[in-house]
Design a protein around this ligand. Sequence first.
Ligand code: NAD
Length: 271
Amino acid sequence: MGLTKLQKRIGFIGAGQMAEALARGFISKGVVEASSMIATDPVAARREVFESFDVKAVSTNLEVVKESDIVFVAVKPQYVGPVLKEVRGHLTDKHTIVSIAAGKTLSSLKEAAGDDVRIVRVMPNTPCLVGETASAMCLGGQANDEDAETVRTLFSAVGRIVQVDEKMLSAVTGLSGSGPAYAFLVIEALADGGVKAGLPRDISMALAAQTVLGSAKMVLETGKHPGLLKDMVTSPGGTTIAGYHELEKGGVRASLINAVVAATNRADEIS
Ligand code: NAD
């Protein structure tokens, strides 16, 4: 829907869950052709997954570097340094390195990849798997506005992405990185409430999940403050204000704030 088709070749070092979610998203939204992508993984089964949706899969990381302009480093954090050191002699000014590894700082990426390399660090989240990621990126090394635009185009195909200073990435991790777990808890608890009130489990779960999805869409699409949207659905002496009062008594608002801050602090500790 109005997305730019990217005239660049995309490579994935590590063809795991996140790489697959990204590659499938790019193809399904038409932002990159399958024939413009290549992936590498030591595990044959992972290469077969990529081949199953027509992306060339190879077993050496160098081949990916040679055949791509944008190189996604999508291995587990502990392998990022070794992988970048392995390929650094083959990185040229055509390459943009995009690391999605949790906790790997721009300075550690630069140290492993080399001083002249253009590096973008992205913190995605799991709804990437369904084309609804909330991601953040920061630029490092020699990365420029064109690199930012390229990454923005790619991630806009699988959700949303914002650009932040690296010092904010721990807070991003605490909010959107860890946030799906908080939203799952809310959905599960709402569904439990429906069951307690007499609904069958499957119906209750579907209503709870769709209610959270629809409410999120209303915030994003109307641009209205959630407090205003809440006021619009709470009629005087009605059902919603009765339920809402219980949430306030239970300290839900403070719990969510504390959850984001605790996860942010933990991200700082481990990065
Ligand atoms: P994953 O284990 O599914 O994928 C990693 C893949 O890398 C595996 O298939 C593995 O075989 C392959 N691999 C291992 N060593 C390799 C090497 N030397 N060269 C090439 N490939 C190699 O992991 P994932 O969940 O896709 O996570 C990938 C990255 O994304 C991690 O760094 C993680 O921090 C980051 N991330 C993941 C999530 C998430 O929710 N899954 C969210 C944010 C960030």
